[in-house]
Write a protein that binds this ligand. Structure first.
Ligand code: AKG
Ligand code: FE2
Length: 319
């Protein structure tokens, strides 16, 4: 059985957001908002396909190439390939390819990386200095909290799976429209996670047999127009469809103290260190219960669940 009924709430759109309004009113609520008419510099006028190809240069970039718009991390329907940035941009802006890896209708997605992705963090001012001059990152967080700035360039139609990141995020949509769907971290129990991603790929035609809880998750939707910025607080799940050829830059920054973050995290999606430790401790606890016969194991596992629920879950957080 599949259901396509998708009740949703609209993301709030706030226009002409000043630094003061963002830092004092919006940020502390830790709720996603579309910010409209914020000064982002000349990129919106300048970043045509030809200009991006010229100024972005021939640096090799690693891209996702998928045969269909919906990327599938479970079946791995996409491949990783490298192209010079300029060639990649020209291809991503077209619907049909003369030269291709899989098929003439293949779709592309770039999530830019650091020069050495194992060690370096993506920063457009390092990897694309000429283009970085054209974009003004709004001063909505302290400079020393900055983590990374990431090019997100997408073929028309491509869909990025629902996932969370562990940093606060401003997703600056420079060109093209994007449909974004978000779910609160408090809905995590209904989202069928596999690591940082939801196994529910088709969020518009829900499989209620395989994923009965998903349709009960409260869903927020919005359309990003060119120039819009989406504030995505850390841990909020997001799913993105590029309605057109899309060029975006997202900026991740740290909400918590430096020492909570994994220093080996170059993507901004590794769980905070205390969370990782807690999961390891829980895995050990479960392994310890394995020493008991089944009925005892089941009983004490239920008591553990109850203990976690009564000690840690809050319906609302103070803002
Ligand atoms: O807009 C996109 O392509 C994906 C954005 C995203 O996942 C992010 O900014 O964290
Ligand atoms: Fe993300």
């Amino acid at each position: 059985m599949s259901s396509s009924i998708k009740a949703f709430k609209s993301l709030q759109v706030v226009s002409d957001v000043s630094q003061k309004l963002f830092t004092e009113e919006i940020y502390p609520k830790r709720f996603p908002v579309i910010l409209r008419n914020v000064e982002i510099g000349p990129c919106q006028e300048k970043w045509t396909v030809e200009y991006l190809a010229e100024k972005g240069g021939n640096k090799e970039v690693k891209i996702h190439v998928a045969p269909t718009p919906q990327m599938d991390f479970i079946q791995k329907n996409f491949v990783y390939r490298s192209l010079p940035f300029s060639e990649f941009v020209l291809r991503a802006a077209k619907l049909k390819q003369d030269k291709f890896f899989i098929s003439e209708n293949e779709k592309y997605y770039l999530r830019a990386l650091g020069d050495d992705p194992r060690k370096d963090i993506a920063d457009i001012s390092q990897q694309f200095p000429e283009l970085a001059q054209d974009i003004h990152i709004p001063p909505f967080f302290k400079k020393d909290r900055f983590f990374s700035s990431v090019f997100r360039i997408a073929s028309p139609g491509i869909q990025l799976w629902t996932h969370y990141d562990v940093m606060d995020n401003l997703l600056i949509q420079v060109n093209g429209r994007k449909r974004v769907v978000l779910f609160s971290p408090q809905e995590v129990d209904k989202l069928y996670l596999n690591g940082d991603k939801s196994e529910v790929l088709d969020i518009d035609n829900l499989d209620d047999v395989k994923f009965p809880l998903f349709s009960h998750a409260e869903r927020y939707e919005g359309i990003l127009n060119p120039g819009d910025i989406l504030f995505i607080p850390a841990l909020w799940f997001h799913n993105v469809i590029s309605m057109d050829f899309g060029v975006a830059v997202n900026v991740f920054w740290k909400h918590m103290d430096d020492n909570f973050y994994d220093s080996k995290d170059t993507y901004g999606n590794k769980d905070p260190l205390p969370a990782t430790r807690a999961m390891q401790i829980l895995d050990r606890a479960l392994k310890t219960l394995d020493e008991l016969p089944l009925e005892y194991r089941d009983f004490y596992a239920r008591r553990l669940v109850h203990r976690i629920q009564s000690k840690t879950l809050h319906d609302n957080f103070p803002t």
